[in-house]
Design a protein around this ligand. Structure first.
Ligand code: GLY
Length: 427
């Protein structure tokens, strides 16, 4: 029987999930809500906002959708999975309670403390004066995070005390992150390479994915403001199996067990972001979903049928599922609008996508794009993800960068150093 699947979200991650699901021999119709200019070619874009929980569930019920996959963090934090399940609908993603591991950094820190997951030393404050006193005691560099969700912009790495004082005022007094900044988590600055780990769980069992690495700052050599993610590679060549096992045993397993112990068994993708410090791996944050742009590289490497994988999860059959990956490397270079992550213009015509995809191994995923009257236009900050696979990381990067040069639109910008450090790094 063919299954109709609804994918919630509009980013490169959701296009990549749809691209892989479309290859399943059992896939029926694909819906994306709201989708983007690229997802339109794979199925039907439905104009329902990601946070409209009841409307989304109503739509899934009316169209007899067989499986829904929730991509972004916001609807998970609001309880979309709970709403779907209360209507008897099959849905992939964690419950509202389990998604707190991402939605509340204060909750995640407490969970890590109680379950012995290695993380930076920290304190949580809602009171501005107390927070200020703590920051002055600790000095810089120091990291200040809005506890709630804020589109990847709530993390402030402060190199000077005056900067930290200003950031505290902006979050707790001026409310630049709105309610997400009602509490702040203040933590020690960790030095080391940042990596992304993903594990997929059905609530009882989990399976690890290969390591991956995002590049979060907008500028080359990790400079400039934080973004949603400027480019990813997988696997990370210097991450040895011993380090992966250590992370599985000291981070993934205890976090999933701690959630289950509280009665919030985690179903979905758990994505801890870590730093590999000289004292071992330490968790920066937990995410309750696939990373974006990490999902794009995982979908390029996934050998198993994605529909079978998602079904095994929602049916609690992950233990016996054979999760297989292609050999080699995948990369995804994010093309953004000039000015992102701050102000940028949109509505520019994009050309060259088909030519770029003529390079063997290249697939272009859409993110901030719109398709109308045969024309694709920019409609967001992160516009496209140019992905490539090859037997070596170096070759994959060469292909992706070649393809990125072919694509044209006004204000195109991308980092030129994705994966460069990993080409020469040793464990
Ligand atoms: N890779 C960054 C994120 O998905 O949050």
């Amino acid at each position: 029987m063919r299954l109709d699947v609804l994918i919630i979200g509009s980013g490169g991650r959701e296009h990549a999930l749809g691209w892989k699901l479309a290859q399943s021999p059992r896939i029926g119709k694909l819906y994306f809500a709201p989708g983007n200019g690229g997802t339109k070619a794979l199925g039907e874009n439905v104009a329902i906002p990601v946070n409209a929980l009841e409307r989304m569930a109503q739509f899934a019920q009316e169209r007899s959708i067989d499986l829904t996959i929730v991509g972004p963090d916001d609807p998970l934090a609001l309880g979309m999975v709970d709403v779907f399940k209360s209507r008897g609908l099959r849905v992939f993603g964690p419950s509202k309670r389990a998604a707190q591991i991402e939605a509340s950094k204060a909750f995640a820190k407490q969970l890590m403390l109680e379950s012995g997951v290695p993380t930076a030393e920290f304190a949580v404050f809602a009171d501005y004066k107390q927070a200020l006193k703590y920051v002055r005691e600790k000095g810089a560099p120091i990291v200040i995070k809005a506890s709630g969700l804020s589109l990847g912009k709530g993390v402030h790495v402060c190199t000077a005390l005056t900067e930290a004082e200003e950031v505290l005022k902006q979050i707790l007094v001026d409310k630049i992150h709105g309610e997400a900044g009602n509490q702040v988590v203040i933590e020690e600055f960790l030095d080391g390479a940042e990596i992304s780990i993903h594990a997929i769980s059905d609530g009882n069992h989990y399976k690890m994915m290969p390591s991956s690495q995002d590049h979060k700052r907008v500028g080359d050599s990790d400079t400039g403001p934080m973004t949603g993610g400027m480019g990813a590679i997988a696997p990370v060549p210097w991450m040895e199996s011993e380090m992966m096992r250590l992370i599985e045993d000291s981070v993934v397993k205890p976090a999933l067990e701690a959630l289950a112990y509280r009665g919030y068994a985690f179903e979905g993708v758990l994505y801890p972001g870590l730093k590999i410090t000289n004292k071992g791996p330490k968790v920066l944050e937990f995410n309750a979903r696939w990373g974006d742009p990490e999902a794009q590289v995982y979908m390029r490497l996934l050998k198993s049928d994605a529909l079978d994988l998602f079904e095994a999860c929602v049916d609690g059959k992950l233990k016996s599922f054979k999760l297989e990956w292609h050999q080699g490397y995948a990369v995804n270079i994010v093309l953004v609008s000039q000015g992102y992550p701050d102000q940028y213009e949109k509505g520019f015509m994009i050309s060259g996508i088909e030519e770029a995809e003529e390079i063997p191994g290249v697939v272009v995923f859409h993110a901030g794009t719109l398709y109308a009257d045969g024309i694709v236009k920019t409609s967001g900050g992160r516009v496209l993800g140019v992905s490539a696979v090859a037997p070596t990381l170096k070759e994959a990067l060469k292909k992706a960068y070649q393809a990125a040069q072919i694509i044209q639109y006004e204000g195109k910008y991308f980092r030129k150093d994705i994966g460069t450090k990993s080409l020469t790094m040793r464990a």
